[in-house]
Design a protein around this ligand. Sequence first.
Ligand SMILES: [Fe+2]
Length: 493
Amino acid sequence: MTKTTIDREWQLSAHEADNDYLHHEAFRPVDKEITAVDLDSMGDIPRDIDGVYVRNGHNPIYQPRSGRYHWFDGDGMVHATTFSDGKATFRNRMVMTEGLLAEMNAGEGLYPGLRDGFAAEERLKNSSGTDVLLHNGEFKTLFSRCGQPYRLDPDDFRTLGPDDFGGSWSRGVSAHSKADERTGELIFFNYSFNSEPYMEYGVVDSDNQLSSVTNIELPGPRLPHDSWITEHYTVLHDLPLYWDPDLLAIGKKKLKFNRDMPSRFGVIPRYGSGSDIRWFECEPTYMLHTVNAWEDGDEIVAFGFKQLTPIPDIPRETPSARVQNYFLSFQFNQPRLTEYRFNLKTGQSSEHIIDQQCLEMPTINSRYLGIKNRYAYNTMAAEIPYFLMSGIQKFDLQQQLEIDRYELPKGKYMGQPVFSPRLGSQSEDDGYLISYVSDGASAEIYIWQAQTVGDGPITRIPLPQRVPGGSHAYWGNGEDIRNAQARRRNAGA
Ligand SMILES: [Fe+2]
């Protein structure tokens, strides 16, 4: 039977701000950290799920100093569920960043918000609330506006502190830097609006030591969000949606989509230097999330969600507090699954949309990140204009067609799922899809068989606390975590 303990409670002050993200039932922050063991379930929890499902998201505690709130200002909170031997334990924990600790000491918000002017960018709090991955046996949280990753204990999700890659890195990395589970490396990029270099790119090895880092020359400050990796290359994004440079020069921020500029994708050898990068020009677009990429003869084939309308026309009467939602809403920017090909021999590129549905927030079996794979699990954009998804599409990247789909009951929504390979897994889709599913007032964990996702969840696990809408999720294999812990013990670390 589920046993729940409250580990910490606090008083929220951010909810005073006037903003849809703070008041919509799907996003309202929670004010408790809990641990719930021996979770009851409807349907057995499969005994061959071994590992941790972690989802990051923004859970604001203090109001930004300006009082204007952007969803991504919220402090990072992980919602982590550990599966072992048919049992599950849920914990939610704040990412205790240096900024949040300072605010807790002061008892008030100390930082500007994302909706403040350009001058505030240098003082932004690294909330570390966007993304999460497993590297060197620890979970690491990442911030979309770049910041040092934060290391989390993989057992109890205590924040272990900012990650300086063995003392060699004091600057930030972006969300959607990549963990290559086959080599144990972390492949990262960052970007800056403030000063050159406008982008850096590097690799951290499986022992968390910096292997290589280089400057990437860009024509000016940009706003990339994701990247691709293959076995030997990384593909970086220079997209024509970024802050208007004329306004930046006078300290203001306004996103501008330059419809007459190409999108550029830069292919760089994994350990290459900035001078090695080869840029491929494609149609103007913006892309939040990629799916996967791999090498195919002379070409790199890469799948991602190209937006049809990166900056949609916004009705003039739209309240300013809601304008930001258009940029963050898939119903407005209309992403489409697109195949890109970059030919390293000829320098030519090609692209074509391979599915006409409004999908995003994908996941794959992460053992296949960077190598040829078949299955993408994309999620369907829900009707309400936020980062909420209404179901899963299983897509065959080889045949380029949808092969299965599951739609949640009306009124429920999910975020990005994770793929958990079954213990003893025999094939790419031999495993489970796992996601928090919520109706706003309460939350559950849904578990689907990835081979028959359309049949609906085989197990549902009610949770004793809400899980607000969030951002990205990762599956940490139990064996990977234990192996890394043993390696550190043996090394005397
Ligand atoms: Fe993202």
